[in-house]
Design a protein around this ligand. Sequence first.
Ligand code: CAO
Length: 542
Amino acid sequence: MSQIIEVKVPDIGDFDSVPVIELFVKVGDRIKVDDAIVTLESDKATMDVPSTVDGIVKEVLVSLGAKVGEGALLIKVETGGAAAAAPSQAAQAAAPTAAPAPAAAPPAAAPAVGGGVVEVKVPDIGDFSDVPVIDLFFKVGDTIKVDDAIATLESDKATMDVPSTVAGTVMEVLVQLGSKVSEGAVLIKVETAASAPASAPQAAAPAPVTAAAPVAAAPVAAPAALAPALAAGAKVHASPSVRAYARELGVDLNKVPATGPKNRIVKEDLTRYVKGVMSGAVAGPAAAAPGGVVGGGVLDLLPWPKVDFAKFGEIEVKPLSRIKKISGQNLSRNWVMIPAVTYHEDADITDIEAFRVLLNKENEKGGGTKLTMLAFLMKACVKGLQKFPEFNASLDGDNLVLKKYFNIGFAADTPNGLVVPVVKNVDKKSVFELAQESGDLAKQARDGKLKPADMSGACFTISSLGGIGGTYFAPIVNAPEVAILGVNKSAMKPVWDGKAFVPRLILPLSLTADHRVIDGALATRFNVYIAQLLADFRRVAL
Ligand code: CAO
Protein backbone atom coordinates (compact mmCIF):
# COMPACT_ATOMS: atom_id res chain seq x y z
CA MET A 1 0.00 0.00 0.00
CA SER A 2 1.40 3.36 -0.90
CA GLN A 3 1.85 6.12 1.61
CA ILE A 4 2.77 9.80 1.20
CA ILE A 5 5.58 10.85 3.47
CA GLU A 6 6.75 14.40 4.04
CA VAL A 7 10.47 15.06 4.24
CA LYS A 8 11.34 18.13 6.25
CA VAL A 9 14.40 20.16 7.12
CA PRO A 10 15.99 18.58 10.18
CA ASP A 11 17.47 20.38 13.16
CA ILE A 12 20.04 22.72 11.65
CA GLY A 13 21.11 24.37 14.81
CA ASP A 14 20.37 28.00 15.47
CA PHE A 15 19.71 28.94 11.89
CA ASP A 16 16.16 29.55 10.83
CA SER A 17 16.31 31.17 7.43
CA VAL A 18 18.87 29.35 5.35
CA PRO A 19 18.79 29.63 1.56
CA VAL A 20 18.35 26.60 -0.65
CA ILE A 21 21.26 26.86 -3.06
CA GLU A 22 20.77 23.56 -4.85
CA LEU A 23 17.75 21.40 -5.52
CA PHE A 24 18.42 17.85 -6.65
CA VAL A 25 14.94 16.41 -7.19
CA LYS A 26 11.86 17.08 -9.27
CA VAL A 27 8.36 15.62 -9.35
CA GLY A 28 8.42 12.07 -10.69
CA ASP A 29 12.01 11.33 -9.62
CA ARG A 30 12.74 8.14 -7.78
CA ILE A 31 14.59 8.92 -4.59
CA LYS A 32 16.48 6.66 -2.25
CA VAL A 33 17.40 6.91 1.40
CA ASP A 34 20.42 9.22 1.75
CA ASP A 35 19.96 10.86 -1.67
CA ALA A 36 20.49 14.59 -1.26
CA ILE A 37 17.30 16.60 -1.67
CA VAL A 38 18.68 20.12 -1.31
CA THR A 39 21.84 21.90 -0.33
CA LEU A 40 21.44 24.63 2.25
CA GLU A 41 24.05 27.26 2.79
CA SER A 42 24.17 29.36 5.90
CA ASP A 43 26.92 31.87 6.43
CA LYS A 44 28.76 29.24 8.47
CA ALA A 45 28.30 25.92 6.73
CA THR A 46 27.01 24.16 3.67
CA MET A 47 25.05 20.99 4.09
CA ASP A 48 23.03 18.53 2.11
CA VAL A 49 19.70 17.43 3.47
CA PRO A 50 19.27 13.76 2.65
CA SER A 51 16.07 11.81 2.17
CA THR A 52 15.17 9.25 4.80
CA VAL A 53 12.74 7.43 2.55
CA ASP A 54 12.74 5.57 -0.73
CA GLY A 55 9.99 6.32 -3.22
CA ILE A 56 8.73 8.65 -5.91
CA VAL A 57 8.77 12.41 -5.45
CA LYS A 58 5.15 13.59 -5.70
CA GLU A 59 5.60 17.23 -4.74
CA VAL A 60 8.53 19.63 -4.35
CA LEU A 61 7.68 22.38 -1.90
CA VAL A 62 10.79 24.52 -2.12
CA SER A 63 12.54 26.33 -4.91
CA LEU A 64 16.05 27.59 -5.41
CA GLY A 65 16.69 30.58 -3.22
CA ALA A 66 13.85 29.77 -0.83
CA LYS A 67 14.81 30.34 2.79
CA VAL A 68 14.04 27.48 5.10
CA GLY A 69 14.36 26.58 8.75
CA GLU A 70 13.91 23.48 10.85
CA GLY A 71 10.67 21.68 10.02
CA ALA A 72 10.16 23.30 6.61
CA LEU A 73 8.55 20.86 4.23
CA LEU A 74 10.87 20.01 1.33
CA ILE A 75 9.22 17.21 -0.61
CA LYS A 76 6.43 14.68 -0.44
CA VAL A 77 7.40 11.16 -1.34
CA GLU A 78 5.16 8.26 -2.24
CA THR A 79 6.52 5.11 -0.67
CA GLY A 80 5.40 1.49 -1.07
CA GLY A 81 2.63 0.54 -3.57
CA ALA A 82 3.25 2.23 -6.91
CA ALA A 83 6.62 3.35 -5.65
CA ALA A 84 7.56 -0.20 -4.76
CA ALA A 85 9.52 -0.57 -7.95
CA ALA A 86 12.05 1.86 -6.54
CA PRO A 87 15.41 0.10 -6.66
CA SER A 88 16.24 0.00 -2.99
CA GLN A 89 12.83 -0.71 -1.63
CA ALA A 90 14.30 -3.11 0.87
CA ALA A 91 15.94 -0.17 2.52
CA GLN A 92 12.73 1.80 2.87
CA ALA A 93 12.58 3.80 6.01
CA ALA A 94 9.28 4.56 7.66
CA ALA A 95 10.33 7.70 9.46
CA PRO A 96 8.08 10.52 8.38
CA THR A 97 10.62 13.27 8.79
CA ALA A 98 14.20 13.70 7.81
CA ALA A 99 16.78 12.41 10.22
CA PRO A 100 18.73 15.16 11.83
CA ALA A 101 21.64 16.33 9.80
CA PRO A 102 24.63 17.80 11.51
CA ALA A 103 23.78 21.17 12.93
CA ALA A 104 25.54 24.03 11.29
CA ALA A 105 26.85 25.83 14.28
CA PRO A 106 29.70 28.22 13.69
CA PRO A 107 33.16 26.67 13.76
CA ALA A 108 34.83 27.39 17.03
CA ALA A 109 37.44 29.73 15.69
CA ALA A 110 38.19 33.31 16.38
CA PRO A 111 37.63 35.72 13.52
CA ALA A 112 40.67 36.89 11.62
CA VAL A 113 41.24 40.12 13.39
CA GLY A 114 44.68 41.53 13.97
CA GLY A 115 46.61 38.43 12.82
CA GLY A 116 48.01 35.49 14.76
CA VAL A 117 47.65 31.75 14.47
CA VAL A 118 44.04 30.65 14.70
CA GLU A 119 42.80 27.12 15.14
CA VAL A 120 39.81 26.17 13.02
CA LYS A 121 37.81 23.45 14.69
CA VAL A 122 34.94 21.16 13.85
CA PRO A 123 31.74 22.98 14.75
CA ASP A 124 28.77 21.53 16.57
CA ILE A 125 27.73 18.61 14.38
CA GLY A 126 24.80 17.57 16.44
CA ASP A 127 24.78 14.15 18.00
CA PHE A 128 27.47 12.82 15.74
CA SER A 129 30.96 12.01 16.88
CA ASP A 130 33.85 10.20 15.23
CA VAL A 131 32.75 11.31 11.78
CA PRO A 132 35.21 10.42 9.01
CA VAL A 133 36.96 13.11 6.98
CA ILE A 134 36.29 12.13 3.36
CA ASP A 135 37.78 15.13 1.62
CA LEU A 136 40.50 17.52 2.62
CA PHE A 137 41.10 20.60 0.55
CA PHE A 138 44.16 22.31 1.98
CA LYS A 139 47.77 21.61 2.71
CA VAL A 140 50.42 23.50 4.65
CA GLY A 141 51.39 26.69 2.86
CA ASP A 142 48.07 27.13 1.06
CA THR A 143 46.25 30.41 1.18
CA ILE A 144 42.79 30.02 2.63
CA LYS A 145 39.89 32.39 2.53
CA VAL A 146 36.85 32.78 4.72
CA ASP A 147 34.20 30.24 3.64
CA ASP A 148 36.62 28.00 1.75
CA ALA A 149 35.74 24.41 2.56
CA ILE A 150 38.49 22.88 4.71
CA ALA A 151 37.16 19.34 4.85
CA THR A 152 34.11 17.28 4.06
CA LEU A 153 32.78 15.12 6.87
CA GLU A 154 30.43 12.26 6.20
CA SER A 155 28.34 10.70 8.91
CA ASP A 156 25.88 7.94 8.14
CA LYS A 157 23.15 10.58 7.92
CA ALA A 158 24.64 13.59 6.23
CA THR A 159 27.61 15.06 4.46
CA MET A 160 28.87 18.49 5.32
CA ASP A 161 31.67 20.82 4.42
CA VAL A 162 33.41 22.61 7.24
CA PRO A 163 34.33 26.09 6.05
CA SER A 164 37.09 28.30 7.29
CA THR A 165 36.11 31.33 9.30
CA VAL A 166 39.47 32.95 8.82
CA ALA A 167 41.65 34.02 5.94
CA GLY A 168 45.38 33.50 5.89
CA THR A 169 48.03 30.87 5.35
CA VAL A 170 47.58 27.28 6.46
CA MET A 171 50.36 26.58 8.97
CA GLU A 172 49.34 23.11 10.10
CA VAL A 173 46.87 20.46 8.97
CA LEU A 174 45.93 18.30 11.94
CA VAL A 175 43.72 15.72 10.25
CA GLN A 176 44.07 13.46 7.28
CA LEU A 177 41.72 11.60 5.01
CA GLY A 178 39.99 8.93 7.04
CA SER A 179 40.57 10.66 10.38
CA LYS A 180 37.52 10.52 12.60
CA VAL A 181 36.60 13.81 14.17
CA SER A 182 34.07 15.21 16.57
CA GLU A 183 33.01 18.67 17.65
CA GLY A 184 35.97 20.75 18.72
CA ALA A 185 38.63 18.76 16.85
CA VAL A 186 41.22 21.13 15.42
CA LEU A 187 41.33 20.78 11.63
CA ILE A 188 43.91 23.37 10.67
CA LYS A 189 45.93 26.20 12.10
CA VAL A 190 45.88 29.37 10.05
CA GLU A 191 48.17 32.32 10.27
CA THR A 192 45.74 35.08 9.64
CA ALA A 193 46.42 37.58 6.92
CA ALA A 194 47.52 40.45 9.12
CA SER A 195 50.47 38.51 10.54
CA ALA A 196 51.25 36.14 7.68
CA PRO A 197 54.87 36.34 6.60
CA ALA A 198 55.54 38.72 3.76
CA SER A 199 56.56 35.83 1.53
CA ALA A 200 53.31 33.98 2.09
CA PRO A 201 50.56 34.55 -0.42
CA GLN A 202 48.08 37.06 0.87
CA ALA A 203 44.52 36.03 1.48
CA ALA A 204 42.17 37.22 -1.19
CA ALA A 205 38.78 38.78 -0.75
CA PRO A 206 36.20 36.27 0.42
CA ALA A 207 34.28 35.59 -2.77
CA PRO A 208 34.10 34.66 -5.55
CA VAL A 209 36.54 31.81 -5.31
CA THR A 210 38.59 30.95 -8.34
CA ALA A 211 39.61 27.45 -9.23
CA ALA A 212 43.07 26.40 -8.18
CA ALA A 213 45.27 23.47 -9.04
CA PRO A 214 44.21 20.19 -7.53
CA VAL A 215 46.06 18.96 -4.53
CA ALA A 216 47.20 15.38 -4.40
CA ALA A 217 46.08 13.68 -1.24
CA ALA A 218 46.60 10.26 0.21
CA PRO A 219 43.60 8.00 -0.07
CA VAL A 220 41.78 6.63 2.93
CA ALA A 221 42.81 3.26 1.68
CA ALA A 222 44.34 2.31 -1.59
CA PRO A 223 42.75 -0.93 -2.59
CA ALA A 224 44.26 -2.91 -5.42
CA ALA A 225 44.06 -1.20 -8.70
CA LEU A 226 43.53 2.08 -6.97
CA ALA A 227 45.11 5.35 -7.58
CA PRO A 228 45.93 7.65 -4.75
CA ALA A 229 42.78 9.73 -4.84
CA LEU A 230 43.24 13.23 -6.20
CA ALA A 231 41.44 15.77 -4.12
CA ALA A 232 39.47 16.67 -7.20
CA GLY A 233 37.59 19.88 -6.77
CA ALA A 234 40.08 21.31 -4.33
CA LYS A 235 39.16 24.88 -3.48
CA VAL A 236 36.25 25.09 -5.87
CA HIS A 237 32.82 25.88 -4.52
CA ALA A 238 30.50 22.89 -4.70
CA SER A 239 28.15 21.16 -2.33
CA PRO A 240 29.16 17.88 -0.69
CA SER A 241 26.85 15.93 -2.96
CA VAL A 242 28.21 17.55 -6.10
CA ARG A 243 31.71 16.76 -4.88
CA ALA A 244 30.66 13.17 -4.22
CA TYR A 245 29.10 12.93 -7.67
CA ALA A 246 32.25 14.34 -9.25
CA ARG A 247 34.32 11.79 -7.35
CA GLU A 248 32.06 9.05 -8.62
CA LEU A 249 32.48 10.24 -12.19
CA GLY A 250 36.15 10.87 -11.62
CA VAL A 251 35.79 14.48 -12.75
CA ASP A 252 38.23 17.11 -11.56
CA LEU A 253 35.95 19.93 -10.43
CA ASN A 254 38.66 22.46 -11.15
CA LYS A 255 37.95 21.92 -14.83
CA VAL A 256 34.20 22.46 -14.58
CA PRO A 257 32.85 25.93 -15.37
CA ALA A 258 30.54 27.08 -12.57
CA THR A 259 27.20 28.74 -13.17
CA GLY A 260 25.73 28.61 -9.66
CA PRO A 261 25.49 31.47 -7.20
CA LYS A 262 28.84 32.70 -5.85
CA ASN A 263 30.64 30.83 -8.62
CA ARG A 264 29.37 27.54 -7.26
CA ILE A 265 29.46 24.39 -9.36
CA VAL A 266 25.99 22.86 -9.47
CA LYS A 267 25.05 19.39 -10.62
CA GLU A 268 23.97 20.64 -14.05
CA ASP A 269 27.45 22.12 -14.59
CA LEU A 270 28.92 18.70 -13.95
CA THR A 271 26.50 16.97 -16.31
CA ARG A 272 27.12 19.58 -19.00
CA TYR A 273 30.87 19.16 -18.61
CA VAL A 274 30.72 15.36 -18.86
CA LYS A 275 28.45 15.55 -21.91
CA GLY A 276 30.89 18.00 -23.47
CA VAL A 277 33.78 15.63 -22.87
CA MET A 278 31.81 12.71 -24.28
CA SER A 279 30.83 14.59 -27.42
CA GLY A 280 34.36 15.85 -27.91
CA ALA A 281 33.30 19.47 -27.51
CA VAL A 282 35.40 19.79 -24.35
CA ALA A 283 38.93 18.48 -23.97
CA GLY A 284 38.59 15.49 -21.71
CA PRO A 285 40.62 14.98 -18.61
CA ALA A 286 42.47 12.14 -20.29
CA ALA A 287 43.95 14.59 -22.74
CA ALA A 288 44.85 16.98 -19.96
CA ALA A 289 46.33 14.48 -17.54
CA PRO A 290 46.86 11.04 -18.96
CA GLY A 291 48.15 9.62 -15.74
CA GLY A 292 45.33 10.80 -13.66
CA VAL A 293 41.81 11.26 -14.38
CA VAL A 294 38.83 9.84 -15.75
CA GLY A 295 35.94 9.28 -17.90
CA GLY A 296 34.12 6.95 -15.60
CA GLY A 297 31.32 9.20 -16.80
CA VAL A 298 31.00 6.99 -19.86
CA LEU A 299 29.43 4.42 -17.64
CA ASP A 300 27.27 6.86 -15.77
CA LEU A 301 25.71 8.36 -18.88
CA LEU A 302 24.10 5.03 -19.62
CA PRO A 303 21.36 4.21 -17.15
CA TRP A 304 22.29 1.34 -14.89
CA PRO A 305 19.80 -1.52 -15.33
CA LYS A 306 17.16 -1.24 -12.64
CA VAL A 307 15.71 -4.56 -11.66
CA ASP A 308 13.20 -5.23 -8.94
CA PHE A 309 15.02 -8.32 -7.70
CA ALA A 310 12.40 -8.93 -5.02
CA LYS A 311 9.98 -9.85 -7.79
CA PHE A 312 12.05 -12.98 -8.42
CA GLY A 313 12.72 -14.13 -4.89
CA GLU A 314 13.84 -13.16 -1.44
CA ILE A 315 16.61 -10.60 -1.24
CA GLU A 316 18.72 -8.87 1.37
CA VAL A 317 20.24 -5.41 0.86
CA LYS A 318 23.65 -4.92 2.40
CA PRO A 319 25.48 -1.57 2.16
CA LEU A 320 28.95 -1.67 0.62
CA SER A 321 31.82 -1.11 3.02
CA ARG A 322 33.59 2.21 2.81
CA ILE A 323 36.67 0.50 1.34
CA LYS A 324 34.54 -1.19 -1.32
CA LYS A 325 32.87 2.11 -2.23
CA ILE A 326 36.20 3.87 -2.65
CA SER A 327 37.89 1.00 -4.43
CA GLY A 328 34.90 0.63 -6.74
CA GLN A 329 35.26 4.21 -7.94
CA ASN A 330 38.97 3.86 -8.45
CA LEU A 331 38.70 0.51 -10.17
CA SER A 332 36.06 1.93 -12.54
CA ARG A 333 38.28 4.85 -13.39
CA ASN A 334 41.35 2.73 -13.95
CA TRP A 335 39.44 0.16 -15.98
CA VAL A 336 37.90 2.79 -18.23
CA MET A 337 40.84 5.16 -18.57
CA ILE A 338 43.84 2.91 -18.94
CA PRO A 339 44.33 1.12 -22.22
CA ALA A 340 45.64 -1.94 -20.44
CA VAL A 341 46.80 -5.24 -21.84
CA THR A 342 47.50 -8.37 -19.81
CA TYR A 343 50.45 -10.60 -20.72
CA HIS A 344 50.92 -14.10 -19.35
CA GLU A 345 54.07 -16.04 -18.62
CA ASP A 346 54.95 -19.22 -16.77
CA ALA A 347 57.84 -19.20 -14.33
CA ASP A 348 59.58 -22.40 -13.29
CA ILE A 349 59.86 -21.99 -9.52
CA THR A 350 60.88 -25.59 -8.71
CA ASP A 351 64.28 -24.58 -7.37
CA ILE A 352 63.29 -21.41 -5.59
CA GLU A 353 60.38 -23.19 -3.87
CA ALA A 354 62.72 -25.97 -2.75
CA PHE A 355 65.12 -23.30 -1.45
CA ARG A 356 62.26 -21.51 0.35
CA VAL A 357 61.08 -24.73 1.98
CA LEU A 358 64.65 -25.57 3.04
CA LEU A 359 65.25 -22.14 4.54
CA ASN A 360 61.93 -22.27 6.35
CA LYS A 361 62.81 -25.68 7.82
CA GLU A 362 66.17 -24.37 9.04
CA ASN A 363 64.48 -21.30 10.36
CA GLU A 364 61.71 -23.18 12.13
CA LYS A 365 64.18 -24.35 14.75
CA GLY A 366 65.17 -20.79 15.60
CA GLY A 367 61.57 -19.54 15.36
CA GLY A 368 62.62 -17.06 12.66
CA THR A 369 60.57 -15.32 9.99
CA LYS A 370 58.71 -17.57 7.55
CA LEU A 371 59.85 -16.83 4.02
CA THR A 372 56.96 -16.30 1.62
CA MET A 373 56.78 -16.50 -2.15
CA LEU A 374 55.57 -12.89 -2.07
CA ALA A 375 58.91 -11.76 -0.62
CA PHE A 376 60.83 -13.48 -3.45
CA LEU A 377 58.44 -11.98 -5.98
CA MET A 378 59.03 -8.49 -4.58
CA LYS A 379 62.77 -8.88 -4.90
CA ALA A 380 62.46 -10.19 -8.47
CA CYS A 381 60.10 -7.35 -9.42
CA VAL A 382 62.49 -4.70 -8.15
CA LYS A 383 65.22 -6.21 -10.30
CA GLY A 384 62.75 -6.01 -13.22
CA LEU A 385 61.91 -2.38 -12.43
CA GLN A 386 65.62 -1.55 -12.38
CA LYS A 387 66.24 -3.21 -15.72
CA PHE A 388 63.11 -1.71 -17.33
CA PRO A 389 62.67 1.77 -15.80
CA GLU A 390 59.46 2.45 -17.76
CA PHE A 391 57.80 0.07 -15.31
CA ASN A 392 58.87 2.21 -12.37
CA ALA A 393 57.12 5.26 -13.72
CA SER A 394 53.93 7.32 -13.80
CA LEU A 395 52.37 9.48 -16.46
CA ASP A 396 52.10 13.19 -15.75
CA GLY A 397 50.62 15.05 -18.69
CA ASP A 398 53.05 14.62 -21.57
CA ASN A 399 55.84 13.55 -19.24
CA LEU A 400 56.85 10.23 -17.82
CA VAL A 401 57.99 10.49 -14.21
CA LEU A 402 60.72 7.91 -13.66
CA LYS A 403 61.17 6.97 -10.02
CA LYS A 404 64.54 6.19 -8.51
CA TYR A 405 63.04 4.54 -5.46
CA PHE A 406 61.50 1.10 -5.35
CA ASN A 407 58.35 0.74 -3.29
CA ILE A 408 56.09 -2.21 -3.95
CA GLY A 409 52.41 -2.45 -3.06
CA PHE A 410 50.70 -5.77 -2.57
CA ALA A 411 46.98 -6.47 -2.66
CA ALA A 412 45.70 -7.73 0.65
CA ASP A 413 42.31 -9.30 1.00
CA THR A 414 40.60 -8.11 4.21
CA PRO A 415 37.11 -8.65 5.64
CA ASN A 416 36.20 -5.09 4.56
CA GLY A 417 37.64 -5.31 1.08
CA LEU A 418 40.88 -4.99 -0.74
CA VAL A 419 43.67 -2.69 0.40
CA VAL A 420 47.19 -2.21 -0.88
CA PRO A 421 49.86 -1.86 1.80
CA VAL A 422 53.19 -0.64 0.47
CA VAL A 423 56.63 -1.97 1.38
CA LYS A 424 59.08 0.86 0.99
CA ASN A 425 62.64 0.62 -0.40
CA VAL A 426 62.35 -3.02 -1.36
CA ASP A 427 65.73 -2.82 -3.13
CA LYS A 428 67.44 -2.19 0.20
CA LYS A 429 65.82 -5.05 2.11
CA SER A 430 66.57 -8.75 2.35
CA VAL A 431 64.02 -11.40 1.43
CA PHE A 432 63.64 -12.14 5.16
CA GLU A 433 62.96 -8.48 5.91
CA LEU A 434 60.44 -8.31 3.07
CA ALA A 435 58.64 -11.42 4.34
CA GLN A 436 58.52 -9.99 7.85
CA GLU A 437 57.35 -6.54 6.78
CA SER A 438 54.75 -7.72 4.27
CA GLY A 439 53.43 -10.18 6.86
CA ASP A 440 53.13 -7.40 9.45
CA LEU A 441 51.41 -5.08 6.97
CA ALA A 442 49.00 -7.83 5.85
CA LYS A 443 48.04 -8.41 9.48
CA GLN A 444 47.50 -4.70 10.07
CA ALA A 445 45.40 -4.61 6.89
CA ARG A 446 43.18 -7.42 8.12
CA ASP A 447 42.86 -5.73 11.52
CA GLY A 448 41.91 -2.44 9.81
CA LYS A 449 44.93 -0.72 11.35
CA LEU A 450 46.77 0.52 8.27
CA LYS A 451 47.51 4.21 8.20
CA PRO A 452 47.30 6.23 4.96
CA ALA A 453 51.12 6.40 4.92
CA ASP A 454 51.26 2.58 4.89
CA MET A 455 49.26 2.61 1.67
CA SER A 456 50.94 5.35 -0.29
CA GLY A 457 54.00 5.73 -2.44
CA ALA A 458 53.88 2.47 -4.38
CA CYS A 459 55.70 2.25 -7.73
CA PHE A 460 54.36 -1.15 -8.77
CA THR A 461 51.84 -3.61 -7.32
CA ILE A 462 51.80 -7.37 -6.89
CA SER A 463 48.45 -9.09 -6.56
CA SER A 464 49.04 -12.62 -5.31
CA LEU A 465 46.17 -15.06 -5.37
CA GLY A 466 48.65 -17.92 -5.10
CA GLY A 467 47.54 -18.98 -1.64
CA ILE A 468 43.97 -19.32 -2.94
CA GLY A 469 44.25 -20.85 -6.41
CA GLY A 470 43.45 -19.90 -9.97
CA THR A 471 45.53 -20.20 -13.10
CA TYR A 472 45.64 -16.73 -14.68
CA PHE A 473 43.74 -13.48 -14.29
CA ALA A 474 43.81 -9.90 -15.56
CA PRO A 475 44.55 -7.49 -12.69
CA ILE A 476 43.63 -3.82 -13.08
CA VAL A 477 46.51 -1.35 -13.08
CA ASN A 478 46.73 0.60 -9.84
CA ALA A 479 46.98 4.14 -11.31
CA PRO A 480 49.10 6.19 -11.39
CA GLU A 481 51.34 3.15 -11.53
CA VAL A 482 51.72 1.72 -15.00
CA ALA A 483 51.82 -2.02 -14.36
CA ILE A 484 50.71 -4.70 -11.94
CA LEU A 485 51.81 -8.32 -11.62
CA GLY A 486 49.16 -10.91 -10.86
CA VAL A 487 50.23 -14.30 -9.52
CA ASN A 488 48.20 -17.48 -9.16
CA LYS A 489 48.78 -20.87 -7.60
CA SER A 490 51.84 -22.81 -8.68
CA ALA A 491 51.28 -26.33 -9.90
CA MET A 492 53.40 -29.28 -10.98
CA LYS A 493 53.39 -29.50 -14.78
CA PRO A 494 55.17 -31.74 -17.27
CA VAL A 495 57.85 -29.67 -19.01
CA TRP A 496 59.85 -30.88 -22.02
CA ASP A 497 63.58 -30.56 -21.27
CA GLY A 498 64.73 -31.56 -24.77
CA LYS A 499 64.77 -35.25 -24.03
CA ALA A 500 61.85 -35.99 -21.80
CA PHE A 501 58.96 -34.48 -19.93
CA VAL A 502 60.03 -33.61 -16.42
CA PRO A 503 57.83 -32.48 -13.53
CA ARG A 504 58.42 -28.82 -12.73
CA LEU A 505 56.63 -26.42 -10.39
CA ILE A 506 55.14 -23.72 -12.60
CA LEU A 507 53.95 -20.34 -11.36
CA PRO A 508 51.44 -18.52 -13.61
CA LEU A 509 52.19 -14.81 -14.01
CA SER A 510 49.73 -12.23 -15.34
CA LEU A 511 51.22 -8.81 -15.99
CA THR A 512 48.84 -5.97 -16.86
CA ALA A 513 50.52 -2.86 -18.28
CA ASP A 514 49.37 0.58 -19.41
CA HIS A 515 49.86 0.53 -23.18
CA ARG A 516 50.41 4.30 -23.26
CA VAL A 517 53.73 3.68 -21.56
CA ILE A 518 54.55 0.02 -22.10
CA ASP A 519 54.33 -1.70 -25.45
CA GLY A 520 53.70 -5.40 -25.80
CA ALA A 521 57.33 -6.19 -26.62
CA LEU A 522 58.56 -4.44 -23.49
CA ALA A 523 55.90 -6.06 -21.33
CA THR A 524 56.84 -9.49 -22.61
CA ARG A 525 60.56 -8.79 -22.04
CA PHE A 526 59.74 -7.81 -18.47
CA ASN A 527 57.70 -10.98 -17.94
CA VAL A 528 60.38 -13.20 -19.43
CA TYR A 529 63.00 -11.54 -17.21
CA ILE A 530 60.92 -12.02 -14.06
CA ALA A 531 60.43 -15.68 -15.01
CA GLN A 532 64.20 -16.05 -15.52
CA LEU A 533 64.93 -14.53 -12.13
CA LEU A 534 62.44 -16.82 -10.42
CA ALA A 535 63.78 -19.85 -12.28
CA ASP A 536 67.31 -19.10 -11.09
CA PHE A 537 67.27 -16.68 -8.19
CA ARG A 538 71.08 -16.35 -8.29
CA ARG A 539 70.47 -13.88 -11.14
CA VAL A 540 69.01 -11.42 -8.63
CA ALA A 541 72.48 -11.03 -7.14
CA LEU A 542 74.05 -10.10 -10.50
N1 CAO B 1 51.35 -20.95 -5.37
C1 CAO B 1 51.09 -21.96 -4.52
N2 CAO B 1 51.00 -21.77 -3.20
C2 CAO B 1 51.17 -20.54 -2.73
C3 CAO B 1 51.46 -19.45 -3.56
C4 CAO B 1 51.55 -19.70 -4.94
N3 CAO B 1 51.79 -18.73 -5.81
N4 CAO B 1 51.59 -18.33 -2.82
C5 CAO B 1 51.41 -18.72 -1.56
N5 CAO B 1 51.13 -20.04 -1.50
C6 CAO B 1 50.85 -20.83 -0.32
C7 CAO B 1 51.97 -20.69 0.65
O1 CAO B 1 52.99 -21.65 0.42
C8 CAO B 1 51.28 -20.91 1.97
O2 CAO B 1 51.10 -22.26 2.19
P1 CAO B 1 51.56 -22.92 3.59
O3 CAO B 1 50.72 -22.20 4.61
O4 CAO B 1 51.24 -24.34 3.39
O5 CAO B 1 52.98 -22.61 3.71
C9 CAO B 1 49.90 -20.30 1.74
O6 CAO B 1 49.71 -20.29 0.33
C10 CAO B 1 49.79 -18.89 2.29
O7 CAO B 1 50.82 -18.16 1.72
P2 CAO B 1 51.49 -16.85 2.34
O8 CAO B 1 51.64 -16.97 3.81
O9 CAO B 1 52.65 -16.51 1.51
O10 CAO B 1 50.46 -15.77 2.13
P3 CAO B 1 49.63 -15.47 0.86
O11 CAO B 1 50.06 -16.17 -0.33
O12 CAO B 1 48.23 -15.70 1.31
O13 CAO B 1 49.93 -13.92 0.61
C11 CAO B 1 48.64 -11.94 0.87
C12 CAO B 1 49.63 -12.89 1.51
C13 CAO B 1 48.50 -10.70 1.74
C14 CAO B 1 49.15 -11.53 -0.52
C15 CAO B 1 47.31 -12.69 0.73
O14 CAO B 1 46.85 -13.06 2.00
C16 CAO B 1 46.21 -11.97 0.07
O15 CAO B 1 45.49 -11.15 0.66
N6 CAO B 1 45.99 -12.27 -1.22
C17 CAO B 1 44.82 -11.81 -1.95
C18 CAO B 1 45.22 -10.75 -2.92
C19 CAO B 1 44.05 -10.43 -3.79
O16 CAO B 1 42.90 -10.53 -3.39
N7 CAO B 1 44.34 -10.06 -5.04
C20 CAO B 1 43.35 -9.83 -6.01
C21 CAO B 1 43.32 -8.38 -6.30
S1 CAO B 1 42.37 -8.00 -7.68
O17 CAO B 1 40.90 -8.34 -7.23
